[in-house]
Design a binder for this molecule. Structure first.
Ligand SMILES: [Zn+2]
Length: 262
């Protein structure tokens, strides 16, 4: 049953190892991506939706649905499971990394917080887009702006451009599809006020948590001990590890870190 998961995981591990320049980090990142996907998997099972186990792709992972959810409410439930369990997994990695003193775990948790935050952008096919169907389906307008901001701040290398184009095209199709659905089957989007409010609060709370945990870290990108030894704080997207800008040597391992604002 999980054959495709294992094979696609192995291929992704090879690809992401090249991208991160580290097998350890790629392994940790993909493990936390797996936790995220299993969140969708369990949520779907709870709603009795037939789904396949997660399959990894070069730019992420997905769970194939064999049937459509019955309502925007069920769709949001399944979508919420991923970033919820994914964020819990990232918190576990962060705490373990700090308690056991394993820098790689701290670093991997940051990537995972970013992954979950990115996925919460209210633009389908991203999870946030599906959650927002149960809040207000027109939230994609905000989502499109936030998505553009994310892509802009990641920097436009080939890999990011590929992700941006891929998601952008799917988002366009999804917006058209929802428009039709709202006309043909408006009952799909019938969600009670309390449920809407509940999803809005849970969505904001999870988004703020991911943002808080992913955003500001102090210290070195090489040894990751600087949150102990270096009091200077700077915010930086983890992806920017790949495109170093400003030089700041670490007191611990004398590695030169980059920072966007220090
Ligand atoms: Zn997801």
């Amino acid at each position: 049953m999980f054959n495709k998961t294992v094979i696609s995981f192995a291929i992704s591990l090879a690809l992401w190892s090249l991208l991160f320049g580290s097998v350890e980090i790629a392994l940790g990142f993909l493990a936390l991506l797996f936790v995220h996907e299993m969140g969708h998997f369990f949520a779907a099972k709870q709603k009795n939706l037939a789904v396949d186990p997660p399959v990894f792709t070069p730019i992420g992972a997905f769970i194939a649905m064999k049937e459509l959810p019955a309502s925007a409410r069920d769709e949001a439930y399944m979508a919420f499971g991923g970033p919820l369990l994914g964020t819990i997994g990232a918190i576990v990695a962060l705490v373990l990394g700090m308690v056991l003193g394993v820098p790689v775990l701290v670093q991997v948790s940051m990537y995972a917080f970013w992954l979950n935050l990115f996925n919460l952008i209210p633009l389908a096919p991203l999870d946030g887009g599906r959650i927002s169907m149960a809040i207000d389906r027109r939230m994609w307008v905000i989502g499109a702006a936030v998505f553009a901001y994310f892509m802009f701040s990641f920097g436009m290398n080939g890999f990011n451009l590929l992700i941006g184009l891929f998601i952008g095209m799917q988002a366009y199709q999804d917006i058209q599809m929802r428009k039709n659905m709202a006309a043909v089957q408006p009952s799909y989007f019938d969600v009670g006020f309390n449920t809407r409010l509940g999803y809005a609060i849970a969505y904001l709370a999870l988004g703020c948590s991911c943002c808080r945990w992913s955003h500001t870290r102090s210290g070195c990108r090489a040894c990751w001990r600087a949150w102990v030894c270096n009091p200077g704080r700077f915010s930086e997207q983890p992806i920017a590890v790949l495109t170093r800008k400003e030089v700041r040597p670490c007191r611990f391992c004398s590695h030169s870190c980059s920072s966007r604002s220090s």
